[in-house]
Design a protein around this ligand. Structure first.
Ligand code: DAH
Length: 342
């Protein structure tokens, strides 16, 4: 028996050595370890032996089995490594550090403007905050001086969950949490996806992006608001932008404004794009209402601040000349891939 086992061992070693691919190794495995393989047959033959003999032979055959299994897996690993090496060697000039020659895709236009706005505000000391898309009534409305049954809620119908939570209608929903997180003084911007129950058309979508900003400190005034908005917009549009404020009503600011920018197409002369007024409406804003500061744990006697709610989707449409807002959420690569790579 001992001799037979030694012979088998040698044969296995030889055959594995000369096997050049994984299929041949598999054949060897079946020939020795398969149901009718030589090693298996030896094990089956054990039942004819008796007592001591059986024990000794059993140990030897099991050792042979282990030997065969280990050598087979080692040979397979070796063959795989050799195959890989052959592939690498045969590839012509293969430099894994080279950038792909065929770059597909680009950032979404909204991501592009979002990053530009973030960059300029970050350079002016603003932190960039993230916030939930699912919020509660308190954060979306109550904390913003919009109590239940306030008519301002009519403009912001949204999608409600069974548990009373809702998809946020504006990034202002994060104001309260951010005030509580940092206290005053505070400079923060917070981009986010917003939702409203809207019928969609070329100018309306049920899902869109805003970029909210807040600056709270001692003696903050409307001049600060105008300065920051002008600086940010001139950076985004890469030209000097004139702004003007018109009164606008939002319960969470007092006074509240609509901020217009001078028309980019006619430079303020008046053209069809700006309905001949020379101005384009861009960003609602205002001085944060004392009730909102109070709800955020900030003393309105000591601190004042401004807030703005920039329509990021709108900004992207203006910057990249997108005519139909629905293209932006469509996932239609043909429509989206026409925008600049930056
Ligand atoms: N949250 C408002 C909206 O979506 C926009 C807004 C207006 C935000 C005035 C502000 C603000 O921060 O001061 O309609």
């Amino acid at each position: 028996m001992k001799e037979k086992i030694e012979q088998l061992k040698m044969r296995i070693a030889e055959e594995l050595q000369s096997a050049g691919d994984s299929e041949t190794v598999e054949k060897i495995r079946v020939a020795y370890l398969g149901k009718k393989g030589s090693v298996t047959e030896l094990l089956k033959g054990l039942k004819e032996l008796s007592g001591e003999e059986k024990k000794e032979a059993g140990q030897q055959i099991n050792a042979l089995k282990k030997y065969a299994e280990e050598h087979i897996s080692a040979r397979i690993a070796q063959i795989k490594a050799e195959e890989l090496q052959r592939q690498v060697d045969s590839a012509e000039e293969y430099d894994v550090t080279l950038p792909s020659r065929n770059v597909q895709g680009s950032y979404h236009p909204i991501t592009l403007v979002q990053r530009q706005v973030e960059e300029i505000f970050a350079s002016m000391g603003f932190t960039i905050e993230d916030y939930f898309e699912i919020v509660d009534d308190y954060h979306c409305f109550e904390a913003l001086n919009i109590p239940k049954h306030h008519p301002a809620r009519d403009m912001q119908d949204t999608y409600y969950l069974d548990n009373g939570q809702l998809l946020k209608t504006h990034t202002s929903a994060a104001q309260n949490a951010i005030m509580k997180k940092y206290g005053a003084p505070l400079r923060a911007i917070f981009p986010g996806r917003c939702f409203r129950n809207e019928s969609t058309d070329a100018c309306h979508e049920n899902t869109f992006f805003q970029m909210e900003g807040m600056m709270i400190d001692k003696d903050i005034s409307i001049s600060n608001l105008i300065y920051f908005m002008k600086t940010m917009l001139s950076h985004v549009f890469q030209q000097d932008i004139n702004v003007r404020l018109r009164p606008g009503f939002f319960p969470f600011v007092e006074p509240g404004f609509e901020l217009d920018i001078s028309c980019l197409i006619c430079g303020g002369e008046g053209c069809p794009s700006c309905k001949n007024s020379g101005w384009l409406e861009l960003c609602p804003c205002g001085m944060i209402h004392p009730n909102v500061l109070k709800a955020g744990g900030i003393d309105p006697e000591e601190y004042t601040g401004f807030a703005f709610g920039l329509g990021l989707t709108r900004l992207a449409m203006m910057k990249y000349g997108v005519k139909d807002i629905r293209d932006l959420n469509s996932g239609n690569l043909k429509a989206l891939s026409q925008f600049v790579h930056e």
